[in-house]
Design a protein around this ligand. Structure first.
Ligand code: HEM
Length: 480
């Protein structure tokens, strides 16, 4: 039951015009009450679903954390259906300046004093320049992605097996943190961190640095009496991690010379470019893989051994008939494997929150109503609801591994993890994830490398502050 999403003139709609329901409550008190509901009394999903039910609407007003005293204005218009959500990708209608993390922006002292690319609107001249540099990085290093992935993830699987035999279980997410960082350093910059001054410190340094930026919108599972004053009311002072950040910066400065030469050639300073490379590698890419790889293993482990065999049976003959070689063309011939990855992105998008500020007065549309939005109002989409919209997807809440096979491919336009439809591409003029193709490639590589080596696995799953924790409890080596 695919619903066609129509794009209409922003001042005209055939749908009945409704007042946006919901309220922001009293100044300060309303924002704090919503914050407590969001983190402690209701939790994220219930926060949104209970309000959607109360207002009988997928579009309503609410405050988004953190609120006082970190963000000066926490008022947003929440978008929960797959149709209204799409306005967030239209940069002629929404401004994407300084709202990568939402209604607050972390101090630029955490990024060398620069507003890095993720915080720039495409109307700012630096946006295109820096994005072009990221495209250059990915393009110039593309031949290293497949071999370096194989090398690093073979080491990771060896390490998982060792842990499993000595301790009876192995942490997928912790092992992946180190593997992902080593892989990225090798793939992007041709350097193996354990052989440098940085050693194996990268993942810990980055995790702390990310926590300083995302603390206001995270819960670490501690008591609210500790988290509220420590994380959600005042920003953590950046000077506390200056030394840690500088260690990372030195690593990037030492090993990204070729990319920095290109930066200079296109008119960017080496310093600004280097802080951007650090951010894109550590926050955008490493942070993304830290979140998404465990998400994939969570859903695939829960789907059970039947899916594992189907994947192994699809992957192995293709690689065999390709002379044992993993190539981009070979990956294309694995429709179930490709679909499973898109389904993981759909059911649990790794970056769940998206923001955009109305550039002008607008009319936005859900499936059944239209709404007036005033210039300057903040729109906020909660992606897990948009991509499980029952008016767009059948069995929307269910993990359906072959959802995107054959005819199902036409539904890829509603897979939105990259801040845009899966059927579209990042450009210098939009805000779609610069690494979209890279992410799809390495996700495919992970499944292919894994199911070439193993018939099946079992795991237990729990949640952690920055995502899901997956503990492998058994691995069955390939028997055919
Ligand atoms: C699983 C991994 C990843 C996920 C889930 C992810 C997700 C996203 C999302 C949702 C946005 C838009 C945020 C917003 O503006 O609201 C974004 C932007 C961005 N991502 Fe990714 N990303 C991933 C990996 C990567 C990689 C590998 C790179 C580059 C090598 C990258 C570079 C960027 C950049 C530069 C932007 C800002 C784009 C712009 O300003 O036009 N990301 N990403």
């Amino acid at each position: 039951m695919a619903t066609y999403v129509e794009v209409r003139d922003e001042h005209f709609s055939l749908l009945p015009l409704s007042e946006i329901p919901g309220s922001y409550g009293l100044p300060y008190a309303g924002a704090i009450a919503d914050r407590l509901d969001f983190f402690y009394y209701q939790g994220t999903h219930k926060f949104f679903s209970s309000r959607a039910q109360k207002y009988n609407s997928t579009v309503f007003r609410a405050n988004m954390p953190p609120g006082p005293f970190i963000s000066s204005n926490s008022k947003v218009i929440v978008l929960l259906d797959g149709k209204s959500f799409q306005v967030l990708f239209d940069v002629s209608k929404v401004e994407k300046k300084d709202l990568f993390t939402g209604t607050y922006m972390p101090s630029t002292s955490l990024t060398g004093g620069y507003r890095v690319l993720s915080y720039l609107d495409p109307s700012e001249p630096k946006h295109a320049k820096i994005k072009q540099l990221i495209f250059y990085l990915l393009h110039s290093r593309k031949n290293y992605f497949i071999p370096e992935f194989h090398k690093t993830y073979t080491e990771m699987f060896d390490s998982l097996e060792k842990d499993l035999s000595s301790k009876g279980e192995a942490s997928f997410d912790k092992t992946n943190d180190q593997a992902a960082f080593n892989f990225l350093a090798r793939a992007y910059y041709g350097v193996y961190p354990p052989e440098t001054k940085l050693g194996s410190e990268g993942p810990n340094l980055i995790t702390i640095w990310i926590a300083f930026q995302l603390g206001p919108i995270l819960t670490a599972g501690l008591s609210r009496l500790i988290e509220e004053p420590l994380l959600h009311t005042f920003p953590l002072p950046p000077f506390l991690i200056k030394g840690k950040y500088n260690k990372l910066y030195d690593f990037f400065k030492n090993y990204s010379g070729v990319i920095l030469d290109e930066a200079e050639r296109i008119g960017l300073s080496r310093d600004e470019a280097c802080h951007n490379l650090l951010f894109t590698t550590c926050f955008n890419t490493w942070g993304g893989l830290k979140k998404f790889f465990p998400i994939m293993f969570k859903w695939i482990s829960q789907a059970g051994t039947k899916l594992h065999s189907q994947l192994a049976q699809e992957i192995r003959p293709v690689i065999k008939s390709n002379g044992g070689k993993v190539t981009i063309a070979a990956l294309e011939q694995m429709p179930l494997m490709k679909s499973v990855i898109y389904e993981c992105f759909r059911i649990e998008p790794p970056v769940p929150y998206q923001y955009g500020k109305a550039k002008k007065d607008l009319i936005i549309e859900s499936h059944d109503s239209s709404y007036k939005v005033k210039k300057g109002e903040m729109l906020f989409g909660f992606q897990p609801f948009a991509t499980t919209d029952p008016k767009i997807f059948e069995r929307a809440e269910e993990f359906v591994p072959d959802r995107f096979v054959d005819d199902g491919e036409k539904m890829l336009q509603y897979v939105l993890w990259s801040n845009g439809p899966e059927t579209e591409s990042p450009t210098l003029d939009n805000k779609q994830c610069a690494g979209k193709d890279f992410v799809v490639l390495v996700s495919r590589l992970l499944l292919v490398e894994f199911f070439l080596r193993y018939d099946s696995f079992q795991a237990t799953v729990s949640s952690s502050a920055l995502g899901v924790a997956v503990t492998i409890t058994s691995l069955k080596r390939a028997t055919y």
